[in-house]
Design a binder for this molecule. Structure first.
Ligand SMILES: Nc1ncnc2c1ncn2[C@@H]1O[C@H](COP(=O)(O)OP(=O)(O)OP(=O)(O)O)[C@@H](O)[C@H]1O
Ligand SMILES: [Mg+2]
Length: 449
């Protein structure tokens, strides 16, 4: 394979040389641009696999260059280099389509990791497009917002699984998007023209669940005035979504198991066996393995539904998606409420990024909807936010008590790395440990770098 080519745009020659040396050492081919205008001109001339760009440059700055480069080549991954501590410009860069950002002073390990990651993802994306075109499959996950590496990986899995008949188990905290993803799987499957039937296993009372699922004969129980088709039967040829499957009672689990094994069942009070052709998608925010261990969930059913488990990461583990989601919901809710709102002040985005979103995407959706309705001006300001979220900006680094020693250690490392702009050598010096020890702890705690 020919070497990957990287465009380095930085006005300081010494920076360019240092970056060139490190990246060439990793086998990349380098082209340099000494300012933004030069960078845009070079992108017009040839195809790059990635651009690494300083935000502060003469003539046209990095942000404007980023916009122009994306106009010329929308798919080129761009990593911006920002001054340490300017979270605002990092956020703006991500909003304007940058893949990622690095804070100065640059940590060369981090640089190499991010560069390789961005190039690998772009390559996967391209392979995926080719593959779909060859098969004539058009995937559309455009209503699911996200471009963090974790979400790109998820889209990758979804496009592999959606067109199959495989039973899918969606796992994830409340509000992470299990339902919207279940829907997308059906919409991107050959069954898309057939019924999509949802069953909320937690919302239906136990007494009704069975007849809801399997239907009942006339007079099967008090109140069964007419014969009724169950949801499995209505989903015939299509997909059934068993939401909150972890809440199902043991007896119902037994019945479901049979449908999954035999694809047939008998309506309540009926004797005739009905055969159905359904694809199953199940979801839960419970740890099913633990439920099995506790004897609350049938092990055999667990193995039946755990064919393709897909875990949707919580929002705090994919903070890059926060600005995108906030803008997405702002567009939706300002439209719905007929309000002209231009955007969020940078401090709001800063608070959003630092807040931990225990309610995940649903929580950010609700907050944005509420602030759109309540805000006075045409820009959402920090004052428009609930205190818990507005305060997140200052809360950084503070650890909640009581807490374990491990948590304190992890938080201290994260905070120190943040303060040194990701520079591990300096962080290790501040923490009074060797760089090697720090590296081990970063790995141990799974701290994102
Ligand atoms: N990636 C996303 N892009 C756009 N909207 C999203 C995304 N993820 C979730 N949402 C929206 O957030 C809300 C919550 O998502 P959803 O209902 O799918 O979550 P859930 O995982 O099923 O939650 P619960 O476990 O509480 O049922 C919905 O309005 C959904 O449309
Ligand atoms: Mg749900």
């Amino acid at each position: 394979m020919p070497p990957k080519t990287i465009l380095i745009a930085d006005d300081e020659e010494s920076h360019r040389l240092m970056l060139r040396a490190h990246l060439e050492g990793e086998g990349f081919e380098i082209v340099e641009a000494s300012d933004g205008q030069d960078a845009v001109a070079k992108v017009k001339e040839r195809i790059f696999d990635l651009a690494l760009m300083d935000i502060r440059m003469p003539i046209i700055d990095g942000m404007e260059s980023l916009r122009r480069i994306k106009e010329v080549n929308p798919t080129i991954p761009v990593i911006m280099m920002t001054a340490y501590g300017s979270i605002d410009s990092a956020v703006k860069a991500l909003q304007s389509g940058a893949e990622d950002y690095l804070t100065k002073p640059l940590d060369m390990d981090e640089l190499i990791i991010k560069v390789k990651k961005a190039i690998r993802y772009r390559q996967l994306e391209e392979e995926n497009i080719l593959y779909r075109e060859r098969l004539g499959i058009r995937f559309d996950f455009s209503n699911i917002i996200g471009k963090s590496p974790k979400m790109l990986e998820l889209f990758e899995t979804l496009s592999m699984v959606a067109p199959t008949e495989a039973t899918v188990l969606l796992l994830g905290e409340s509000g992470t998007g299990k339902e919207i993803i279940a829907n997308a799987i059906h919409q991107n499957s050959p069954r898309r023209e057939r019924p999509y039937v949802k069953v909320n296993c937690a919302a239906l009372p136990e007494t009704l669940l069975e007849s809801e699922l399997f239907g009942h004969e006339k007079g099967a129980f008090t109140g069964a005035i007419d014969k009724k088709k169950g949801r499995f039967e209505r989903a015939d040829g299509g997909t059934i979504f068993l939401d909150e499957i972890g809440e199902m009672s043991f007896p119902t689990q037994t019945k479901i198991l049979r449908v999954l094994q035999e694809r047939d069942f008998e309506p309540v009070g009926g004797t005739k066996t009905i055969k159905v052709d359904v694809r199953i998608i199940a979801a839960t925010n419970k740890n099913l393995e633990e439920e099995v261990r506790q004897g609350r969930f049938r092990e055999d059913l667990y193995y039946r539904i755990n064919v393709v488990p897909i875990t949707i990461p919580p929002l705090r583990d994919r903070k890059e998606d926060i600005p995108l989601l906030a803008e997405h919901f702002l567009r939706i809710y300002s439209g719905k409420n007929r309000r002209v709102i231009k955007g969020f002040e940078p401090k709001v985005m800063g608070a959003f990024i630092h807040y931990s979103w225990p309610g995940n995407v649903r929580e950010i959706e609700n907050i944005v909807e509420r602030t759109v309705i309540m805000s006075k001006g045409d820009i959402i300001t920090l004052d428009d936010l609930p205190p818990a979220i507005a305060g997140a900006q200052q809360d950084e680094g503070r650890t909640p008590f009581p807490t374990s020693l491990r948590d304190v250690e992890r938080a201290t490392i994260v905070m120190t790395l943040h303060q040194t702009g990701g520079n591990r050598t300096r962080a290790a010096a501040i923490l009074g440990i060797t760089r090697k020890t720090l590296q081990n702890k970063i790995k141990e705690y799974g701290i994102d770098s």
